[in-house]
Design a protein around this ligand. Structure first.
Ligand code: TXA
Ligand code: MG
Length: 318
């Protein structure tokens, strides 16, 4: 079983030795390896059972290091980084050859992110290489938001899990593609679309299609927790006794309270986001027959929450 703790030097030691380490970020926990060591990176794909066509995000301590790994970085990227880094935003940029093709799955671009977590930033500052890290879950399952989630699912594959407590944001980073002339959002996430659009002073194109070759990880099944899930609006007229519901702020009128997961009784979308994945895991573990999910308001982080839920609903259904 993996060791869990707050020993940054031990985490660094394992990473320098080519091992995998679970790292906390403000979004979700990552499964990290030396991004410049192809063998170590191969271990990530193996541990997650992740298809090699799904590229990894590279984490840096500071956006100022970006030009070591990327070329033709547009001014826009530096402007956004000033406002949002460290934070839940990933930049897709043209990569330099120093980034192994395995990391980028053969794409000419790479995802770059500066995670906003004190332990992981301290770890990154100790290392002389960046960290490739996808979310630390087996491929196709919900992302981990505690160190325990990581050891529950990937325990044997990781040398150590750096425990930084529960993730504050709880949704994966928002991904913006700045590798061509028109900026595009490839994944809605922990930074709201409105915040990005305000900073840019323009509306952004959002590509959410499952067949989008630029974000091959965005498969519709990606967030499946393994149970049949329906939107509340598609619920059958008679509910099975073992029905759970996932709601924003108010209870479902027809279900007992023990079968309800209400993410934020005071109606905060950021609180709801931070609790979403843990709630999905709890519901999954409780072995309900049916999960009903309420649609969240289509604003701010509600957009990203609905995006994750719609993937789970579609896969649970089909
Ligand atoms: O919040 C996060 O982003 C977390 C933490 C650990 O940083 N990481 C994360 O990684 O969610 P992952 O691998 O689970 O999701 C990364 C997504 C994938 O859908 C992948 O396809 C996309 O980023 N991606 C990575 N590199 C890309 C590239 N060069 N072009 C297009 N999409 C890319
Ligand atoms: Mg993931």
């Amino acid at each position: 079983m993996a060791k869990t703790g707050t020993d940054i030097a031990l985490a660094a030691h394992h990473l320098c030795g080519g091992k995998l380490v679970g790292i906390p970020t403000e979004t979700v926990y990552g499964l990290a390896a030396n991004a410049l060591d192809e063998l170590a990176v191969a271990g990530i794909f193996e541990a997650k059972k992740r298809p090699a066509f799904d590229p990894l995000i590279v984490h840096l301590a500071d956006f100022a290091q970006v030009e070591k790994y990327c070329e033709n970085v547009p001014d826009l990227a530096f402007r956004l980084a000033e406002t949002f880094c460290p934070g839940p935003l990933t930049f897709i940029l043209s990569k330099k050859p120093i980034i192994p093709d395995l990391v980028s799955s053969g794409h000419p671009t790479v995802g770059i992110r500066i995670p906003n977590h004190p332990l992981t930033l301290a770890l990154l500052r100790q290392l002389d290489f960046p960290l490739a890290a996808p979310s630390a879950n087996p491929f196709g399952y919900v992302s981990p938001t505690t160190a325990q989630h990581v050891t529950d699912q990937l325990g044997d594959a990781v040398a150590y899990v750096l425990d930084g407590g529960p993730c504050a944001v709880g949704l994966e980073s928002t991904i913006i593609d700045l590798s061509s002339s028109v900026p595009k959002v490839l994944r809605l996430g922990g930074l709201s679309l409105e915040a990005l659009e305000t900073a840019l002073g323009q509306k952004l194109e959002v590509q959410r299609s499952s067949s989008n070759p630029k974000a091959p990880g965005m498969l519709l099944k990606h967030y499946a927790p393994g149970v049949r899930m329906l939107w509340e609006t598609d619920a059958p007229p008679i509910l099975p006794a073992k029905t759970a519901c996932l709601r924003f702020s108010s209870p479902h009128p027809k279900l007992p309270s023990a079968q309800q997961w209400i993410l934020s009784t005071n109606g905060s979308l950021s609180q709801a986001a931070s609790r979403l994945f843990a709630a999905l895991r709890e519901i999954d573990a409780a072995k309900f027959e049916l999960i009903l999910v309420e649609r969240f308001p289509d604003v701010g982080l509600g957009l990203a929450i609905n995006d994750r839920l719609s993937r789970a609903v579609q896969s649970g259904n089909g």
